[in-house]
Structures are given as structure tokens and as C-alpha cells.
Design a protein around this ligand. Structure first.
Ligand code: SAM
Length: 228
């Protein structure tokens, strides 16, 4: 018998992802449930995310961590901050949960669900950083409405970051890189980097593929102004 973990309730809006039904074997499902109860979070409760922020006042949110390779390494190398990853791709979530467990990483939490909704859930000026590594470019024009970085996304990011907090985005899609830069340029609270540069990070799985195929990688690194 093959089963899949119950879906979190969806919220209506055009999504930046397509939910492919993935099923686990009963053993994988049991492991997923066991590890999710330790490292997973279910947003939406009365004290969400205040309770988390009380325990971990320094949070880096990552939307769409894929297989979680970079997330795991960054959390392991920065124990003072909580790395909170949101993803909808079940095999990737299970991989990251297993990695966190094997390495015993206390400052990592996972949300199975839409990371944009998680970003909205945070009160203003509470996040230290937002990581967006290779957001799906949705290359066809008729699919651009599915892109994560569009519309009011830059304002949303700016409002949720603490003053001095950063936004780090990577893409190998030139036209999307230009769109993202333009969108953030139109957001007065976000400035070019002053002070320390982008945090050190390992290659992500998509980055490896992109480089292997000879594609250029754009790194967009911006900070929220200390006073706006
Ligand atoms: C192109 S992959 C990049 C994965 C990884 N960051 C990397 O660089 O290897 C984009 C990932 O974002 C996830 N994703 C897209 N929209 C999302 C959303 N709104 N919330 C959470 N995950 C999302 C997809 O499921 C997919 O795994």
C-alpha cells in the first residue's frame, strides 16, 4: 500500500508551484510523520508565529528549498539563527528532515506549504533574511502570473524584514533576474548592499545543474534600509 501525508489546507490564489501528488511507502510516511513532528511546523495556530519568534528571535526564511542541500549547510554553519524552510515538494521535505535528524541540527524548522503565505504570516520587521534560491521562472508568458516575485512581493519582503535585514535571490533566468531587480528598485525601503556582503553559501542543486549546463547565475542581494 502506498500513502501520502495529509495536505495542509490550501489558500486560494494563483500559486507559484504545481502540486504533484507524491506518495510515500508506509515506511517513508511513518518516517516523514516522525521527523515532521520534530522539525516541522504547522502554521495557523493562535500563537503562530509569535511563539516561534519568542524562542528564536533571529529567523531566516527560505522559500522553495528544493532538496534542502543549501539550507542544511547554512543552518549548520550559523547556529545562532533559526533557518525556516518552506517547500511543497514532498521528497525534498523528507530529504531535509532526514538531514536535520542525521546531523542533529537544532536551528532548522520546515513548513510544508506555501512560503509566500508563511512570509505574510510574520509580523512587520521580524525576519533577518529571506532566501529565494532559483524560484521557478515560469518561462512562458502566459505563466508569468505564477511567478513568485511579482506584483507586491518586494513590498511584502521589505515590510517583513527587520531594518538591516536582507533579501538574497539567485536565478539563472536572465529576463526574470531583470524583472526581480526592477521590482525591488521600485521599493524605496530596499537598498543596495551596504556593510557586509551576502552570506557565504554552498551551491544549491539547481545551481549545480545551471553551472553544468553553462548558464550564468544572477545573485540579487539587497538590504532593508536601517531607517525608512
Ligand atoms: C527551481 S526549484 C529550486 C530548488 C532549490 N532552491 C535549489 O536551488 O536547488 C524551485 C522550488 O520552489 C518550490 N516552490 C515554488 N513555489 C513555492 C512556494 N510558494 N512555497 C514553497 N515552495 C515553493 C518548488 O516546489 C521547487 O522545489
Amino acid at each position: 500500500m502506498i500513502e501520502s501525508p495529509e495536505k495542509p489546507p490550501g489558500r486560494r490564489e494563483i500559486k507559484s508551484y504545481v502540486r504533484h501528488e507524491r506518495r510515500f511507502t508506509p515506511t517513508a510516511l511513518a518516517r516523514y510523520r516522525q521527523l515532521y513532528s520534530r522539525y516541522g511546523l504547522d502554521p495557523g495556530g493562535e500563537n503562530w508565529p509569535a511563539e516561534l519568534l519568542a524562542l528564536w528571535p533571529r529567523v531566516i526564511l527560505e522559500i522553495g528549498f528544493g532538496m534542502g542541500t543549501a539550507t542544511l549547510r547554512m543552518a549548520a554553519g550559523d547556529p545562532e539563527r533559526l533557518y525556516l524552510g518552506a517547500e511543497v515538494f514532498l521528497p525534498g521535505i523528507l530529504r531535509l528532515l532526514k538531514g536535520a535528524d542525521q546531523e542533529g541540527i537544532p536551528n532548522l524548522r520546515v513548513i510544508r506549504g506555501d512560503g509566500k503565505e508563511t512570509l505574510k504570516d510574520f509580523p512587520e520587521s521580524t525576519l533577518e533574511g529571506l532566501h529565494l534560491f532559483f524560484p521557478d521562472p515560469w518561462p512562458k508568458k502566459r505563466h508569468h502570473k505564477r511567478r513568485l516575485v511579482r506584483g507586491d512581493f518586494a513590498e511584502l519582503v521589505c515590510s517583513r524584514l527587520k531594518p538591516g535585514g536582507y533579501f538574497l535571490c539567485l536565478t539563472d533566468w536572465e529576463e526574470y533576474a531583470g524583472e526581480i531587480q526592477a521590482l525591488f528598485r521600485g521599493c524605496p525601503g530596499m537598498t543596495g548592499p551596504e556593510g557586509p556582503g551576502a552570506p557565504a553559501r554552498p551551491e544549491t542543486e539547481f545551481e549545480k545543474k545551471g553551472r553544468a549546463a553553462g548558464r550564468r547565475i544572477w545573485e540579487i542581494y539587497l538590504r532593508k534600509a536601517s531607517e525608512i
